[in-house]
Ligand binder design. Structure first.
Ligand SMILES: NC(=O)c1ccc[n+]([C@@H]2O[C@H](COP(=O)([O-])OP(=O)(O)OC[C@H]3O[C@@H](n4cnc5c(N)ncnc54)[C@H](O)[C@@H]3O)[C@@H](O)[C@H]2O)c1
Ligand SMILES: [Zn+2]
Length: 367
């Protein structure tokens, strides 16, 4: 699928690496304002030394950059700089830059190669891998896009040293998700080393990043276009999470925070519907207890929200089919499946209520 390299510094020998992979040394480099400021000079200097010709593009560091307007403006800059099919695009940033960069690469001149250089934990372990690239539409998130696999995913965990704690936790939610859906031994490892990883301690951080990337790539290999239910298991916790994110206007809750809450709901639902035993449920919840939310966020963005209101907002999730909500559940810790049958509203509401009780004991914690 894609070549994934995990290394520090990952840009050493970049010219030779591009050549080996049949990529030209003509590269559009897309940053957001933060990654430009933090890593731009050093990276562009490396490109210079490695004999690259480049065109630099920068977008504001916010979800709103994943828009058609932003893409349209960037196409213009690229055309103006005589960028043609012989070029490629290097996306340097979190999921916003990765998704936008991938979208532009997939569409520009009917498609140029994209290389992902993820700089958030979420992007290193999730969004940069698997080729789903999209922009948002006013009527919904990630609705306009492509499957466009990156030629290379260049992961350097040392970039995380500048990432705010809140973003680390957000990415960690997706990491834990891989343990839940695919690998119980990995889940135990994450349970044991949760603090080490969120404090960016090696070798645990790199091990967690590598294993996550590996699980995601494995899932993608089995179901690239999400047609046989395997890729759908990556949406564990996400049916609930999308409702929460929508209610938070995609602004006041990080994606991983919503996924953390969503996974608790999904664990409870898996248990209540008779798929997951109580010991596994309790163990799963105890792992989620390690997550920290900024003061007030859990209260305002989940505990204070009526279950019915959350349910209503889950329905506008694009993953719904014939107005039925689709849920990914666990059979055991380390094995997920997408439930085909409809789940009664009553059962969904009960799961949300029980997850709320679980999290209310945690609301006074903050970081
Ligand atoms: N394509 C996929 O498969 C997929 C999967 C999951 C999420 N996504 C998308 O990813 C996006 C979220 O990605 P994200 O959580 O990485 O958010 P993000 O890209 O907004 O990055 C979070 C913040 O961290 C900053 N930042 C990035 N790297 C940094 C660094 N090394 N040091 C300091 N600050 C840094 C960014 O500028 C931004 O302010 C959403 O748009 C979501 O839809 C896509
Ligand atoms: Zn996610």
């Amino acid at each position: 699928m894609s070549t994934i390299i995990v290394e520090t510094p990952v840009t050493a020998g970049l010219g030779a690496l591009f050549t080996t992979h049949g990529l030209s040394k003509k590269t559009v480099v897309l940053f957001d304002e933060n990654t430009r400021k933090l890593y731009g000079e050093e990276l562009l200097e490396t490109l210079g030394k490695e004999g690259f010709q480049w065109k630099e593009l920068v977008v504001p560091a916010r979800e709103a950059s994943k828009s058609f307007n932003a893409a349209y403006r960037l196409y213009g800059s690229m055309i103006g700089a005589d960028v043609d099919r012989s070029w490629n695009l290097l996306a340097v940033g979190g999921g916003v830059v990765g998704d936008l960069g991938g979208f532009i690469a997939a569409s520009y001149y009917r498609g140029i190669p994209v290389i992902q250089l993820p700089t958030t934990l979420l992007a290193m372990t999730d969004s940069s891998i698997g080729g789903k690239v999209a922009i948002n539409h006013p009527l919904g998130k990630n609705l306009i896009g492509f499957f466009h696999l990156p030629e290379l995913v260049l992961i350097d965990p040392s970039y995380l040293e500048t990432l705010p704690q809140r973003e680390i936790y957000s990415g960690m939610a997706e990491v834990i998700k891989y343990g839940f859906i695919a690998d119980e031994a990995f889940l135990s490892f994450l349970d044991l080393h949760f603090k080490d990883i969120t404090n960016l301690q090696e070798p645990w951080l790199t091990e967690a990043v590598k294993k996550s990337a590996c699980i995601k790539e494995d899932v993608i290999t089995k179901d690239f276009r999400e047609t046989n239910g395997i890729r759908a298991t990556l949406n564990f916790g996400h049916t609930f999470a999308h409702g929460l994110e929508k209610l938070a206007e995609y602004k006041y809750l990080r994606h991983g925070e919503a996924v953390t809450i969503g996974m608790a709901c999904a664990l409870v639902l898996s248990h209540n519907l008779g798929y997951l035993d109580n010991v596994s449920l309790q163990r799963g919840l105890s792992i989620l207890k390690r997550f920290r939310f900024p003061t007030g966020v859990l209260k305002r963005r989940f505990l204070d929200i009526e279950s019915e209101v959350l349910l209503e907002n889950m329905f506008s999730d694009k993953k719904k089919l014939d107005k039925k909500l689709r849920f990914v559940l666990l059979k055991r810790l380390g094995e997920a499946f997408q439930l085909e049958e409809n789940v009664e509203d009553r059962a969904v509401l009960k799961a949300i209520n029980e997850a709320r009780i679980f999290f209310s004991g945690q609301s006074e914690h903050s970081r």
